[in-house]
Structure formats: C-alpha cells, structure tokens
Design a protein around this ligand. Structure first.
Ligand SMILES: O=P(O)(O)OP(=O)(O)OP(=O)(O)OC[C@H]1O[C@@H](n2cnc3c(O)ncnc32)[C@H](O)[C@@H]1O
Length: 179
C-alpha cells in the first residue's frame, strides 16, 4: 500500500505513518509513506477552517497527481478558526483516492492566547511566533505548539493522528453509514 502526503514536514509524515499502521494493520508490513512538496494554494497561515480544509484538499489532490503508484493522496494543513471571541488552532486532514472519493477529518484544537493571536493578526506565521517565544528552532517539525502547550502530553504528530483516523473513516467503516 502506497500513500503520498503533500508535505515534507517530519511531524506530519510521522502522524500519517502512525495512523496508517493502525488503520490498516494487515497492510502495515508493506506500507510506504512518501512525502512530496506541493503548494497548498492557501495562505501560509490559514485563518479559517474553510481555508485550512481547502489547503489540505489541494495538497491531497496535488500529491496524488504527482505519484502514479500511490493508492491515496493525503493533505494535512494546520490553521486557525475564530469561535466567539477566541481563536483555536488544529490540523485538518483530507484524503483522496483514485476514484475521487474524499474524506475529511480534524485533530483536537487548542486555544491560541491573545499574545499569540496579536502576532498572527499582524501576518506573522504561527511557526515563527512559537519559535520566538520558546527560544527553540523549527518547533513545527517536532512536537509543535501542541507539544509545548501540553508539556509534551500531546505532540503535533500524536494529535494529528486523530484527524487522519477520521479522514479515513469512510474506507474503514461500514458503507451503510456513507451510502
Ligand atoms: O511544510 P508544511 O507541510 O507546509 O508544514 P507547516 O509546518 O508549515 O504546516 P502548515 O502549513 O500546515 O501550518 C500552517 C501554519 O501554522 C504553523 N503551525 C501549525 N501547527 C503548528 C505547531 O503545532 N507548531 C508550530 N507551528 C505550527 C505552521 O508552521 C504554519 O506557519
């Protein structure tokens, strides 16, 4: 089984690998996860769920188009959404198969503080803000903001795994729930 993911980010590729082994245990021995750099077609810092899902969809479709051998294309995109007067951040996953069937799922979300949102609303990417505050480099490729804010209880890959499970639910649950 070959899946191609529209990213080269190690945290996202780790999440996909963990999730796919759980989703398809009988295929785990010959699972191949490939990462390919593609354009999301949305802003570097998506500011709504709609924009984030569009970015994940573009990544999934472009990844699948780039790899003739892959069974599934996967796009994972981080982004924020305003709910009431607060902003929350999470990761959306979109899966597309060779028949054009699309599945969508999201990770858990976490609250972005007013301090962080001030920077994002000035146009600074979350990755830059988190690196600046933490004093670490490339947090986005490791535990992510999720890992920092939960003291390592939920790292970016672990958290994204749930969104990937839900995005694949139409392929692993009974068809009567979908058709
Ligand atoms: O290489 P790609 O796949 O683009 O990976 P990315 O880390 O840039 O991820 P996204 O474009 O999906 O995320 C949108 C923005 O939010 C940042 N971001 C999302 N989740 C994050 C996290 O947990 N920690 C730090 N930055 C995060 C990310 O770095 C971008 O600036």
């Amino acid at each position: 089984m070959i899946v191609v993911v529209g990213t080269t980010n190690p945290a996202k590729l780790s999440a996909v690998t963990i999730a796919l082994k759980e989703l398809f245990p009988d295929k785990a021995h010959d699972l191949i996860v490939r990462g390919v750099g593609v354009k999301s077609g949305v802003s570097d810092q998506p500011m709504s769920d709609e924009e984030t899902i569009l970015g994940a969809t573009n990544r999934a479709k472009r990844a699948l188009e780039s790899d003739a051998e892959a069974n599934f294309g996967i796009g994972v995109e981080g982004g924020c959404q305003k709910i009431g007067d607060k902003y929350f951040e999470g990761g959306w996953t979109v899966v597309v198969d060779r028949n054009g069937v699309i599945g969508v799922g999201s990770s858990a979300r976490y609250e972005l503080s007013a301090k962080i949102m001030d920077k994002l609303l000035q146009g600074i990417e979350l990755a830059t803000v988190i690196d600046d505050i933490s004093g670490e480099t490339d947090v986005r490729s490791k535990g992510g903001a999720m890992g920092i804010l939960t003291n390592g209880l939920l790292n970016r890959d672990t958290c994204y795994v749930h969104g990937i499970y839900f995005a694949f639910s139409r392929w692993i649950s009974d068809a009567k729930y979908w058709n």
